[in-house]
Every structure is written in C-alpha cells, then in structure tokens.
Ligand binder design. Structure first.
Ligand code: ZN
Length: 124
C-alpha cells in the first residue's frame, strides 16, 4: 500500500495537469447544479481522481474544474450528487480552468461554494 502511494506521488497525474490521454474516463453524470462529474483512472499508476467540471454558458472564460484524488471504493460507488461533498471531504484538491487563468492550483477544502460562484475569468 505504501509502495503504491509512493509510486502515485511520482506519477504525472499527481501534478493535476497530466494530459487527458493519461486517464481512463468514466462519465458519472451531472449534478443538480449542472456540474459534470467524471471519474478518472490514471493509466500509469491506477490512481482514481474525481473531476467536477462547471461551465457557465452566459459567461466567457468562466469554465472551471476541480480534481481530487479518491479511493477506489469511492470511485466505484460515486454518484453525481455526491461529487461536491466528496471533494470537500478531501485534504486538498486541484482547481483549474479558464476562470483561474488556466493555472492549476492546489486548494484546501471548505471553499468550494466560493469557487463555484460564477465569475468570468477576465474580471480578475
Ligand atoms: Zn498516475
């Protein structure tokens, strides 16, 4: 178990911005706020990630995503409606997207509501 974790930390997926081709994707669906929930599995280390993608059609450059490392049993049973709660239960997750200037930022939980307040990226 320790070895698997050490390996995962060396993997490119751990940086939060590995290319999409590094993952196997499973679409979970949309939650009540129209956030798109996907479970990703890294092809090289096998680690599971929860991705929550939010886009506001009426705002440009406002797309944002959140990416948190989750346990396999969570990945298996995850429902779209649980995605935000799961993210907030993690020690940290990544956020990125045009709303954050295209940067990938390691984020502490407890602020997801704030990060999901619609604002266009160009205003900051
Ligand atoms: Zn990996």
């Amino acid at each position: 178990m320790q070895d698997a974790l050490t390996k995962a930390r060396d993997c490119s997926c751990w940086s939060g911005d590995a290319p999409y081709t590094s993952y196997e994707e499973r679409r979970v669906g949309m939650d009540g706020d129209f956030g798109e929930v996907t479970v990703l599995r890294c092809k090289s280390c096998g680690r599971f990630w929860l991705k929550y993608l939010m886009e506001y059609e009426h705002l440009s450059a406002a797309g944002r995503w959140f990416l948190g490392s989750i346990r396999p049993e969570v990945a298996r049973s995850l429902k779209a409606s649980q995605a935000k709660r799961v993210l907030e239960s993690l020690e940290w997750y990544y956020r990125g997207g045009s709303a954050f200037g295209g940067k990938v930022i390691r984020t502490s939980p407890g602020q997801l509501k704030y990060w999901l307040t619609p604002f266009p990226g160009s205003s900051g």
